[in-house]
Design a protein around this ligand. Structure first.
Ligand SMILES: Nc1ncnc2c1ncn2[C@@H]1O[C@H](COP(=O)(O)OP(=O)(O)OP(=O)(O)O)[C@@H](O)[C@H]1O
Length: 326
């Protein structure tokens, strides 16, 4: 579906993406992960044809990215989605459906279905009066008005509460089940793990790890999850806000906590990726010089060097610019 070869993008000589190669198959959910400034948005915008590569090729099916015909098969959700504040959700979506020449009845059915699924209420409310989560849902519905084969979502759950985030992530999975290819970027490894088939981790414009999330974790370190249950579960500690915290090391254990909590008449209120673990994975990968990465050397050294440098364990200490900060 997508073939990226030797992709390089510079802004006035500044290398935002430096030689990316990856492929995404049809129906796959593909995550682009990395710290602020890693080059995720640049990569996604290049796939969407909104940015021209400085070097390299980006092919989407039979088209080059940027080909006008390709756009008809694409749904792009930018990180910040400015909406026309005076329009209602319905009129806004109808406006975009008209731009894509979608017949009225078909457009209404499609957008109402999407908004039902995302549980968006008040569809005739002004967009300017909607909450951030509601606006994000409208933006997601907009990305689907043309029934695209490929969806490119930049931080789809950015700034959303846990419940809305879950809707959005579950919905992303549903889209792939309906045969759509989804490429999305995120900071949160838990979000990525819950929906992505494969992932690339970027840092300073470079892909520094790739594979399924379990493959990456196995190779580069362990992530832990803090699961907040509404009832006591085995090994949990009560938190100040009346929840019960259990820290576990993998998704099977997260699922076991959820089942235990539900069996006890409660549920899971929130799940958080343990940040130091995430940073350990990142430091393990990104702290090594590129040459050492090639042959697997330098892994323990780089984390140790970061700590010896005076930083907290897992904290980056070398952010001389805006690149490479989680
Ligand atoms: N139009 C631009 N002009 C100059 N530099 C840019 C431009 N767009 C991005 N950059 C720089 O390129 C680098 C990569 O930016 P990009 O937005 O792709 O990163 P990102 O991984 O999406 O970051 P974030 O997580 O903060 O959104 C950053 O250092 C950024 O400052």
């Amino acid at each position: 579906m997508i073939r990226v070869a030797g992709l390089r993008k510079t802004y006035g000589g500044f290398p935002a993406v430096v030689g990316s190669d990856f492929e995404v198959s049809e129906g796959e959910i593909f995550g682009v992960v990395g710290p602020n400034g890693a080059g995720k948005t640049t990569t996604l915008k290049t796939l969407a044809g909104l940015i021209e590569p400085t070097e390299g090729t980006v092919e989407i099916g039979a088209y080059d990215a940027g080909d006008a015909e390709m756009r008809r098969h694409l749904g792009f959700l930018p990180e910040e989605s400015p909406l026309y504040e005076d329009m209602t959700a319905r009129s806004y979506l109808r406006f975009f459906a008209d731009l894509y020449d979608v017949p009225r009845e078909e457009a209404t059915r499609r957008t109402e279905d999407t908004l039902d699924r995302l549980e968006l209420e008040h569809r005739d409310r002004r967009l300017g009066d909607m909450s951030k989560g509601m606006k994000r849902k409208v933006a997601i519905a907009r990305s689907l008005v043309n029934d695209p084969d490929l969806l490119i979502y930049d931080e789809p759950a950015s700034g959303l509460d846990p419940l809305t985030t879950n809707y959005v992530l579950e919905f992303t999975r549903e889209l792939a089940e309906r045969g759509k290819t989804v490429v999305f970027s995120a900071h949160n490894l838990y979000h990525v793990e819950s929906v992505c088939d494969r992932v690339v981790i970027m840092n300073r414009g470079e892909i520094v790890a790739r594979g399924t999330v379990p493959e990456i974790r196995e190779e580069h370190g362990e992530t832990t999850y803090r699961v907040f249950a509404t009832v006591p579960v085995e090994g949990s500690e009560a938190t100040d806000d009346g929840r019960y915290l259990r820290t576990v090391g993998d998704m099977a254990a997260v699922e076991a906590v959820r089942v235990e909590a539900e069996f006890a008449g409660g549920g899971v209120a929130d799940i958080r990726t343990d940040e130091p673990s995430l940073e350990d994975v990142f430091l393990d990968i990104a702290g090594r010089p590129p040459a050492a990465r090639e042959d697997g050397r330098g892994r323990a050294d780089s984390a140790a060097a970061a700590r010896a440098d005076g930083g907290r364990e897992g904290e980056r200490t070398d952010s001389g610019d805006d690149r490479g900060t989680w």
